[in-house]
Design a protein around this ligand. Sequence first.
Ligand SMILES: [Fe+2]
Length: 268
Amino acid sequence: MAAKSKPAVKRAAKRKSPAPVARKTPAKIVKKKVASNRLTVNRTLAAIDAMHAENQFWNQPMWQGLIKGTLPLPMVKEFCRQHGIIPLHNHNYHGRLYVICPDPKWRAMIAEVVYEEGTGRIYANGKPHNELYFEFAEGLGISREDLLATRYCSGAIAFKSFFSAMCGKNFLEGVSAHMLAGEAQGPGYFSSIAKHLKKNFGLTDQHVAFWTVHDVADEDHSGIGRKLLEEFAKTEDDLKTVLRVVRETIDVMNLLTEDTWRFMQAAA
Ligand SMILES: [Fe+2]
């Protein structure tokens, strides 16, 4: 190794004993770190998007089979019976949300949803959504009486209990469960389900209207997450609550799907 020249030695010496610099105290560093991890509306919405992306409901065997049209009729019939826990019981969900909504402007919006569910006069040519669902069942050869006599799987019963309770608990939690977790899962896939129902089992446009209507109707509700959080999630704790509710709702919906799939396989 070559000997260092004098200026090089000086530079090295300088490097060994650097001039004191102003350092941040640990307290300042911690404070900055906490501030940067603060939950904001943007971060909450991004975390919700990440939960849906990670969950990939469309890749679950039941939804995959419906979206791609690969399931035999007995399995689709059982799906129809179990999934009825949502549209045939909707007044327990949207209805409660309307009652507990504290804001007149938002209450009017929820009222529209309740009105549409109960009458179909906004999107569904005057057919209530439960009626659309009965017609879907009839297209598969299930009578109304038969559909109403469904023995629900425990996942469906758990879903109804959870969702009814959430929708009647308080507006922030109810609306988060409904619009940020539940309704965000459907749009974009229902038309494909309708197409295969027509092609594989001879259902008519009227039979599959339940699915085509919801590809449009639900899309309108699920795009309002930002407004919702800005108006009702006033604190960081509120945003944490929203994330917890969305997580729990996705989990319960997965339970419904898994248990429905179990009944569908038994029916095959
Ligand atoms: Fe509906």
